[in-house]
Each structure stands twice: as C-alpha cells, then as structure tokens.
Design a protein around this ligand. Structure first.
Ligand code: 13P
Length: 257
C-alpha cells in the first residue's frame, strides 16, 4: 500500500476564498474535487468563510483520491465560550472539523487593526485545541521601498517565540502582491523565504518542522516557477482558488515540483 508522505514534507496548496462563496456554488465546486487525480505530494486545503466550514468539511468526506483539509480564515482571540457576540472560538472550529487556521492575514490587520498581541492570543488558542495555525506575514509596498522588509517580517514573526509547538507554518504574502496581479520576483521570494526560515530556527529552535508558503497573485501560469524557488513549501492562493481549473492546475504544479 502506498504510504503518503507526512504533511510537514508535502507542498501545501491552500485556497483562501476570503469573503466569497455561496452554498450552491460551493457544492458545485466540491463536487468537482471528487475526481481530482491523486496528488500525494501535496497537502490541499480550502479556507472558506466560517458559515461554510461545516458544509465544506462534510463535502470533503466524499472526495475520492485526496484528503482536502478544512481551513478557517480567522478565529477569536477569546478561548472556549463566553459573552463575545459574533465571535467563533478555536474550540468551535475544532468541533466542526477544522484542521488549519489562518492567523494575521494582512487584510485582518488592514481592516481590523490586528497586530502581534492579538495574533499571539489566536495562535495559542488554536494550538491549545490541537489545530494548526498558519501565521501570515508580509510587508507593505511602502515598507519595501524604504528597505524595511526584513525588519518588518522579523517583527511579525516574533509572535512565534516561545510557542508550545515544534511545527511552524507561515505564509509570506507581500501586501503589494495580494490581489494586484503583481507577483514578487523569484529573487525577492528566495531572499525572503530563506530569511523566514532563518528567523524561525532562531526563534523556535533547530528541531522545528517548518512550512513557508508564498502568497500573492499565485496563478496557474506562475505556480511552477514559484514552487521551484528554494524554501518555498507551497502557496496560499486567493483569487485563483475560486476556480476549480486554476486551483487544480496549481495543485498539479505543486505535485510536479
Ligand atoms: P491573491 O492570490 O488573490 O493575490 O490573494 C493572496 C492572498 O491574500 C491569499 O491569502
């Protein structure tokens, strides 16, 4: 029998639907995933809006050749239960079958003012219930033009220090490349991913398992080039994850990387 390689050695391809999706469209999309050819070298995940996570999780159970992980786009900074109207706790996400939780996406900091302290609380809540946090980091165009990108990313990564885990997943998403069609160059990606690896090792110890995903205008036609960059362990895909054809083309680029 074929033994699948462990998730910390696979390429991760995670679709971030952001605030998109409807019951009927999601079902149609999930139906197509049923016959996706086996991609045993790839960890596939989909991050849907919270109201659709259970639908997605249930639909994943009938996918034939691949396990598709259920990912949440955010989580409450408050654990467990309580008088926090509108919030969804890590326990609730775990209860409804979530595997991975995005933390600190740049859109969360841009529109909701989330910074390190809140991200840290979210990371701890997610780890405490046995789920995997995927910390998103990325510099703005202004910060890059000022030559501050390493300083900014180092500050964002400091959230990881002292966490009770030996498995670290990070997505590097330069803000100026998100939804703009502007991809970071292979040199920029290589430089930053190597930097992020180095930072993680120094913050978390040399015995950690690491995945660093690239995000920002990843499409079917640039995925193979991005996956070929050293220290790129996958992709966090926004717009292109909304279409079955483009998302599965990215998965097959990862499988063949
Ligand atoms: P796009 O792929 O649409 O640029 O979005 C990237 C992203 O923010 C994924 O989290």
């Amino acid at each position: 029998m074929y033994h699948q390689i462990g998730m910390w050695d696979q390429k991760w391809v995670i679709g971030n639907w952001k605030m998109n999706g409807r019951l009927q469209n999601n079902n149609a999309l999930m139906h197509r995933f049923r016959i996706l050819p086996t991609a045993e070298r790839v960890l596939i995940g989909l991050a849907a809006p919270t109201v659709y996570l259970l639908q997605l999780h249930n639909a994943m159970q009938i996918v034939l050749n691949n396990r598709i992980l259920t990912c949440a786009q955010d989580v409450s900074r408050f654990p467990n239960n309580g008088a926090y109207t509108g919030e969804v706790s890590a326990e609730m996400l775990a209860d409804t079958g979530t595997d991975i939780v995005l933390i600190g996406h740049s859109e969360r900091s841009l529109y909701f003012g989330e910074k390190n302290e809140i991200q840290r609380r979210k990371m701890e809540n997610v780890l405490n219930v046995g789920l995997i946090p995927l910390l998103c980091v990325g510099e703005s165009l202004e910060e890059r033009e000022a030559g501050k990108e390493h300083e900014v990313i180092a500050h964002q990564l400091s959230v990881l220090q002292g966490l009770d885990t030996k498995n670290i997943a990070v997505a590097y998403e330069p803000v100026w490349a998100i939804g703009t069609g502007k991809v970071a160059t292979v040199e920029q990606i290589a430089d930053m991913h190597a930097f992020i690896y180095k930072e993680i090792l120094s913050l978390c110890g040399s015995d950690v398992k690491i995945r660093v995903l690239y995000g920002g205008s990843v499409k079917a036609d640039n995925a193979a080039d991005i996956f070929a960059v050293p220290y790129v362990d996958g992709a966090l895909v926004g717009g292109a994850s909304l279409s079955y054809d483009s998302f599965t083309a990215i998965i097959s680029a990862a499988q063949n990387a």
